[in-house]
Design a protein around this ligand. Structure first.
Ligand code: NAG
Ligand code: NAG
Length: 624
């Protein structure tokens, strides 16, 4: 979206030249052109601020909004209203306490472990006002992985929400050993060495923090770290620069949002969707955000009616849960919601959703946290995540290339280059890395960043970002999501990194080797975790022990629901574990000769997967 003036001129020329033929050949011409012009205008604004050497960040916009309309409601949470002025003042207090009592300096990174609550935003902005970068920690992540998060983004300070302090109990000694100072959003705490923030905030001044502390000189300076379970290993800290934060904040605006919109955000703030698009986008519009602590399908529409919600954020499974709810009122189309922005909505659910809840404009937006490419389906065609066209292709260099599902890698031809798929065919989505579409990588690991890149794709020396997503482009230039390749799958709205689960599962003493993958279960979005396991010689599979281990060390969404015992593990030609065959064969005990087990929370152990249990899972009686 970063465009020079030359681009804009070229674009306008192209628009004029094509005007004549458009009616016949390009049914979406004006919609495309209008949308692109908007995007170009935003890009030009960023470009201009860069030229002046003064970057207007998301927090700068927030401070301006708070000055212009301090009494405007910014966040509604749990029935309470917090104005732009309230959040501004409270974030000043956070900044003052941490600056005076802590040892924070501009440029430091601070980790934030908090549920969805207004103070998440107050602490985030307070730290930004001090010129610190903030690392959002996933509140589901357990001990071992959490400690790792500190080392990769170099945080020396942790701010933890009152309700999450107890979850840190077992790693507090490790944090203290590493001299990480822990601040709890409480007035007092039973843990020695943990600082309290709330009591000190009461005494602190709420006067504005000097603007020069937060001043950013470059769009490419990091401002946040957001953890993704990318494609390999433990969570990785994606570097979020001001540029990415500003692009994401334009999401609602690009789709036509205004300051009168009320945006409902039931997604976790530690993900980029809620924080960058949701909160950032609310600020860009000067609108109001209804921040929900946790998504609840039964409260969803009541909340929307109570607060006059006009836009909500979703992930695919959220809409499925809403459709699965029993009908509780006569007219379910009675609400003010006119638009929803999110990702991963399947065609069938999309149609059902429209039929039941009315013609809400579903705006699909595709882009990974760390990726350098973004698609938007501004036409609203059902089933598509994005739309391409000739202008878009001029601005964003992406490609769909042939992928070998069995070898789990892109196909290389006899010259060693990748090959584009034909229209309609699924291919791996790659996005060219250039100064216009930079890739900022992951904090603390050059190696991991490089693993996301493919070299020599079409010519010697070119570099592409590997999204890991299989997509297809149809004859009308609509792009749709097909599948995720290799080492990650999605379950309950979270990315599950198979290597992380493999590593942690492999720590159980009777397991010699584990291979984790995802299997499709009818009626569920994404894939359920499954592990093929080899038991050590002279050991026996212990369903209780494995259950206790995965429950204590893995977040709910990452726990393998199915276990398949195997005698030996197949490898690919490049010595990666073979997953394709395993995924394809699923978990049907009448078809698979290997012993199968199922994660049973009532029995608190892995129990044998019987044919009747399988039937219950398949017809939805047994919820996962
Ligand atoms: C923690 O601080 C103490 C005292 O300042 C110092 O001796 C020690 O080396 C530090 N440990 C680490 C891991 O930085
Ligand atoms: C929602 O809108 C109605 C009618 O426009 C209004 O009476 C009500 O006060 C609004 N509710 C909120 C919470 O703003």
């Amino acid at each position: 979206m970063l465009l020079s003036l030359a681009w804009v001129t070229a674009l306008l020329a192209a628009l004029l030249a094509l005007r004549v033929g458009q009616k016949l050949y390009f049914p979406y011409f004006w919609k495309d052109a209008f949308f692109l012009a908007k995007v170009v205008r935003y890009g030009a604004r960023l470009e201009a601020s860069k030229r002046r050497g003064k970057v207007v960040t998301v927090v700068d916009t927030f401070v301006r909004r708070a000055a212009e309309a301090p009494g405007k409601t910014f966040i509604i949470h749990d029935g309470a209203r917090h104005t732009y002025g309230d959040v501004d003042a409270r974030s000043n207090r956070v900044a003052r306490v941490l600056a005076e009592r802590g040892t924070l300096r501009k440029g430091d990174t601070v980790a934030l472990l908090m549920s969805n609550e207004p103070d998440f935003v107050c602490v985030w902005f307070g730290l930004s006002k001090l010129g610190c970068s903030v690392a959002f920690l996933n509140t589901n992540v357990r001990s071992r992985s959490l400690l790792h998060c500190f080392s990769c983004c170099g945080a020396r300070t942790l701010v933890v929400g009152a309700d999450l302090l107890d979850t840190l109990q077992d790693i507090l000694p490790n944090l203290q050993e590493d001299n990480i100072s822990v601040w709890a959003m409480k007035e007092k705490t039973p843990y020695p060495g943990v600082h309290t923030l709330l009591d000190k905030m009461e005494q602190a001044s709420d006067k504005a923090v000097p603007a020069e502390l937060r001043a950013a000189t470059s769009l490419r300076a990091p401002t946040l770290y957001i953890f993704t379970s990318g494609t390999t290993g433990l969570p990785k800290a994606a570097v979020i620069t001001h540029l990415q934060a500003l692009k994401a904040a334009a999401g609602f605006w690009a789709y036509g949002g205004t300051k009168d919109d009320v945006i409902y955000t039931p997604l976790p703030l530690y993900h980029s969707a809620a924080s960058l698009i949701g909160i950032g986008g609310t600020i860009e519009l000067g609108a109001t955000c209804v921040l929900k602590k946790k998504f609840s399908a039964s409260q969803f529409w009541n909340d929307c009616r109570t607060y006059n919600v006009t836009i909500f954020q979703y992930i695919g499974e959220l809409c499925r849960y809403l459709c699965n709810q029993p009908k509780v009122r006569e007219n379910e189309k009675e609400h003010k919601v006119h638009m929803a922005v999110g990702n991963g909505l399947r065609q069938d659910i999309w149609r059902e959703f429209h039929q039941r809840f009315g013609e809400i404009r579903m705006c699909e937006l595709y882009g990974s946290t760390e990726g350098n490419l973004c698609f938007m389906n501004h036409i609203g065609k059902i089933g598509a995540v994005g739309r391409s066209n000739m202008f878009y292709k001029l601005l964003f260099k992406y490609a769909l290339v042939k992928y070998d599902m069995v070898k789990d890698e892109p196909v290389r031809n006899k010259h060693g280059f990748c090959e584009r798929v034909t229209k309609g065919e699924s291919g791996l989505l790659l996005s060219k890395v250039s100064s216009q579409s930079p890739f900022f990588g992951y904090a603390g690991s050059k190696q991991l960043s490089e693993k996301k890149l493919l070299n020599d794709v079409f010519v010697k020396g070119d570099v592409y970002f590997n999204t890991g997503d299989l997509m297809a482009e149809d004859y009308e230039d609509f792009i749709s999501f097909k599948d995720r390749v290799g080492d990650t799958f999605r379950w309950k709205g979270e990315n599950v990194a198979t290597t992380e689960v493999t590593e942690i599962t492999g720590l159980v003493d009777f397991i010699q080797e584990a291979n984790v993958y995802g299997v499709e279960v009818p009626g569920n979005e994404g894939r359920a975790g499954m592990a093929a396991v080899i038991v050590r010689p002279d050991c026996k599979f212990d369903g209780k022990k494995l259950f206790d281990h995965v429950v204590s060390d893995l977040p709910t969404y990452a726990r393998p629901l199915f276990i398949r015992l195997q005698e030996s593990m197949e490898m690919t030609g490049t010595f990666k574990q073979q997953k394709f065959q395993l995924v394809a064969s699923g978990f049907n005990p009448t078809k698979i000769a290997d012993p199968l087990y199922f994660l049973d929370y009532t029995e608190k152990r892995y129990v044998p997967l019987t044919a009747s249990l399988y039937e219950n899972i398949m017809d939805g009686q047994r919820k996962l």
